[in-house]
Structure formats: structure tokens, C-alpha cells
Design a protein around this ligand. Structure first.
Ligand SMILES: Cc1cc2nc3c(=O)[nH]c(=O)nc-3n(C[C@H](O)[C@H](O)[C@H](O)COP(=O)(O)OP(=O)(O)OC[C@H]3O[C@@H](n4cnc5c(N)ncnc54)[C@H](O)[C@@H]3O)c2cc1C
Length: 113
């Protein structure tokens, strides 16, 4: 079963439902993870892709609020309108949720060589 979720209430309801089932539960943001943990065969997938809002809270400090289903492209477009940019990442389809939990490379990332 695959459902799209639009807000945290939807996610809370899905988690409550999932707890009552004897099936695998997966969480998906951009779906780029290669571990396969954001997908499921016969289980429940909480697909957060509709929760993709991006708000610039403070231009001066660069503080932003990003929905868990936003992709890097959503964030880059929103930041560009304020003259801001991200320091990592090159693929606009990668989800912020997965990057936040798994990390990632990018053109402006720190050189560790
Ligand atoms: C083709 C390709 C291109 C890539 N390009 C880049 C790049 O340019 N820059 C870069 O930095 N990285 C890149 N990556 C690596 C990418 O950052 C990681 O694979 C990242 O984990 C993908 O995140 P996602 O949300 O798209 O994936 P998903 O598959 O949705 O999620 C990955 C993992 O995080 C978990 N997760 C997702 N959202 C949440 C959430 N809200 N709360 C809790 N857990 C969550 C999932 O359950 C899963 O275990 C690339 C990967 C691929 C396959």
C-alpha cells in the first residue's frame, strides 16, 4: 500500500495504523536512497513528497524551514530567490529527508582529501 501524505497529522495517523499491522513500514522523501529502505514490497510506505514546503525564516542568518519531502531542487529554487545557496549536493531530485539522515556529496562540500 502506498499513500501520499500532506501534513504531520496524516503521518501520525499512518504510524498509528502501521503499528496495528504486521507489515514492514518505510519512510520516503526523495526516493534516491540505494539501501532500499524507503521502499517496500507489500508493506506500508509513508511517502512524504507532498510535504515539500520551503520557508526562508531569516535571510541574514540563512535559517530556513524545510518540509521532510522537499527535494534539493525545491530548496535551491526557494533559496535563489533570496540570493542564498546550499553548500552541498548536485542532484536536484535528491530528498532533504534522506540527505538529513544519510548525508551526501556536492560541488561546494568541504574537501576532505
Ligand atoms: C542518482 C543519485 C544521485 C545522487 N545525487 C546526490 C547529490 O547530488 N548530492 C547528494 O548530497 N547526495 C546525492 N545522492 C545521495 C543521496 O543524498 C542519498 O542517497 C540520500 O539518502 C537520498 O535521500 P532521499 O530522500 O532522496 O532518499 P529516500 O530513499 O527517500 O530516503 C533515504 C533514507 O532516508 C530515510 N528517510 C527519508 N526521509 C526521511 C524522513 N523525513 N525521516 C526519517 N527518515 C527518512 C528513508 O527511509 C531511507 O532510509 C544521490 C543518490 C543517487 C541514487
Amino acid at each position: 500500500m502506498r499513500r501520499h501524505f500532506e501534513n504531520s497529522d496524516d503521518v501520525v495517523a499512518a504510524l498509528a495504523y502501521a503499528r496495528a499491522q504486521n507489515v514492514a513500514l518505510s519512510v520516503r522523501s526523495g526516493g534516491h536512497g540505494i539501501s532500499g529502505r524507503s521502499t517496500s514490497d507489500g508493506g506500508i510506505i509513508i511517502d512524504l513528497s507532498q510535504m515539500n514546503s520551503v520557508e526562508v525564516l531569516d535571510r541574514a542568518t540563512g535559517r530556513i524551514r524545510v518540509g521532510p519531502g522537499a527535494r534539493r531542487g525545491h530548496v535551491a529554487r526557494a533559496l535563489a530567490q533570496h540570493g542564498l545557496a546550499m553548500s552541498s549536493g548536485g542532484c536536484g531530485d535528491v530528498g532533504v529527508g534522506g540527505r538529513a539522515t544519510a548525508g551526501g556529496p556536492g560541488y561546494l562540500a568541504r574537501n576532505t582529501a
